[in-house]
Ligand binder design. Structure first.
Ligand SMILES: Cc1cc2nc3c(=O)[nH]c(=O)nc-3n(C[C@H](O)[C@H](O)[C@H](O)COP(=O)(O)OP(=O)(O)OC[C@H]3O[C@@H](n4cnc5c(N)ncnc54)[C@H](O)[C@@H]3O)c2cc1C
Length: 478
């Protein structure tokens, strides 16, 4: 049986707003812009990745190994090895470029330089800077465009306690430098205040697993103690500086322990009145609506609101493959429409409870944002209690359109060296080139009615949830 999940209450308004936003994202680009894009190799890599699934896999494998390759000859040899496989159908331009006899030859070196530079340019699209100085420049540009920011420090898996301590210290340094820089920033009323309340200009986003090298759901007590100590230090310093802190959500295995640690900590006397802190919920999880309800009940007891950032979830492939390999039931929905429908249901739940929770809607999907605006406007949700968020480099056009409509938009800016940032880059590329991705479908100029249609899903019974797993990759960005 096919089920129409959305109530029709907000649908007309959603469609009206979504059509306006979509029109802006689809505005004709100038002749020069499209000419420039035709010449760009980074855009070509993306287009190729979308055109052929076999090539997509090999291209992303190659990009993953790229930072470890030491010389142009190594890059050229790997290019041929990864992309020269018979199963990979190559576009003529790439085929021509890979047609060299040996990696040390001039054509080999040219291929290595061209592709290496293209990948670096691509990385710079999604990574807001390689160091604090660069990321400060980026956020200053964003502020000129009337956009707020949150900054994430990209990193490799935290394996030792020294690395976990260093992660904390780098965040303390980051906050300090940002706050120092912010003293010279001109005020932007639409993002620096709301309903008469001053909002922190600086916000950072952190991952709990990076605060303790042995973070493990099977050692909940030990993990909690170690992580909580470092978080207390972070939150105390953030308060002294006047910065806000948001907690990202990682893989499913860490979800319950993350929520449990944060709920306990944020009830402590010292932190209970803080309202400048946020938690993330992933709508692709089957238990996310219940989690959102539980957090709202908990916030009612706490008496002071926090932000919930609602996202769909970035580990879909990983969660699906892992559960299948281990013969566990899937923790995530297996139908994109189910995730979309759940996202809309939780958006509504959060906004209906705006006296207890500040909502931050994180997406690049025009319909998802339009739905949130339709509900917020219908319920007269105060501006302090509602904002829209995008990832750096992924939702530029929709972000600008939302700012022009008068909404507070926050851009999530990851920064760090390209090597630890590569996993983050691959995840963004996977997302942008997936068939089901809104951004890809919009680029393919699908009909407006299809792009903005309410999510429709087939009815199926919910699956039981899998047990926790102790051994997951960590800190690979999301
Ligand atoms: C500001 C911000 C902060 C973020 N923070 C986090 C975070 O802390 N943790 C995190 O995990 N992610 C985070 N993300 C990433 C987010 O989870 C999504 O990956 C990303 O935003 C893509 O979703 P969309 O709504 O933009 O696009 P859409 O194209 O509408 O949706 C794509 C998403 O749908 C889901 N999906 C895809 N295929 C299927 C399928 N077959 N069945 C079910 N579901 C499917 C996946 O979640 C996929 O990412 C953040 C995003 C933003 C904008």
């Amino acid at each position: 049986m096919v089920l129409q999940v959305q109530s029709s209450t907000y649908e007309a308004k959603t469609q009206e707003i979504a059509k306006q936003l979509l029109a802006v994202t689809q505005e004709n680009r100038s002749f020069f812009a499209s000419l420039r894009d035709q010449m760009r190799w980074d855009d070509k890599l993306l287009a190729w990745a979308m055109s052929n699934p076999g090539l997509r896999v090999q291209l992303f494998r190659f990009i993953d190994t790229l930072p470890a390759l030491q010389s142009k000859s190594e890059i050229a040899a790997h290019l041929q090895e990864y992309l020269g496989e018979e199963s990979v159908e190559l576009p003529p331009a790439l085929k021509g470029m890979l047609n060299f006899a040996n990696p040390d030859s001039i054509p080999g070196q040219v291929a290595a330089t061209t592709v290496g530079t293209a990948v670096e340019t691509l990385a710079h699209k999604y990574i807001a800077g390689e160091n604090i100085k660069q990321v400060i420049k980026t956020v200053e540009r964003l502020r000129k465009e009337k956009m707020a920011f949150t900054i994430d420090l990209l990193g490799e898996a935290v394996i030792t306690e020294a690395e976990a301590q260093s992660y904390l210290e780098r965040y303390l340094e980051l906050m300090q430098q940002l706050v120092e820089a912010s003293k010279n920033w001109a005020a932007v009323p639409t993002i620096d205040e709301a309903d008469g309340e001053k909002l922190p200009k600086v916000q950072v986003s952190v991952k709990l697993t990076a605060f303790y090298s042995q973070f493990d759901p099977l050692d909940a007590k030990g993990s909690e103690e170690k992580v909580s100590d470092r978080i207390r230090t972070l939150l105390r310093r953030a308060k002294e500086l006047g910065a806000a802190v948001h907690f990202d959500m990682e893989q499913y295995a860490y979800k319950d322990i993350t929520l449990s640690i944060l709920k306990k900590l944020l009830l402590e006397e010292e932190f209970r009145q803080r309202t400048d802190i946020g938690i993330t919920i992933q709508a692709y999880l089957r238990d996310s609506e219940q989690d959102a309800k539980d957090i709202i009940s908990w916030l009612k007891q706490r008496s002071y609101p926090l932000t919930i950032r609602l996202v769909k979830g970035a580990y879909w492939d990983q969660e699906t493959i892992k559960a299948a390999q281990k013969h566990w039931p899937q923790p995530v929905y297996n139908d994109k429409a189910a995730t979309d429908a759940n996202f809309e249901a939780i958006t509504q739940l959060l906004l209906e409870n705006h006296q207890y929770v500040y909502s931050a809607i994180g997406s690049h999907n025009v319909r998802s944002h339009a739905r949130a605006i339709a509900i917020a406007e219908s319920l007269n949700v105060p501006r302090r209690r509602f904002e829209l968020q995008v990832l750096y480099g992924m939702g530029d056009k929709v972000a600008k359109a939302l700012v022009d409509k008068g909404y507070r938009v926050r851009v999530y800016c990851p920064y760090g060296e390209l090597l630890p940032g590569m996993a983050y880059l691959i995840r963004r590329l996977l997302e942008n080139t997936a068939n089901s991705s809104f951004l890809r479908q919009n680029l393919e100029n699908r009909p407006v009615e299809e792009l903005l249609a309410p999510p429709i899903l087939k009815q199926s019974p919910p699956l039981p949830l899998p047990p926790l797993s102790p051994s997951l990759p960590r800190r690979d960005g999301y």
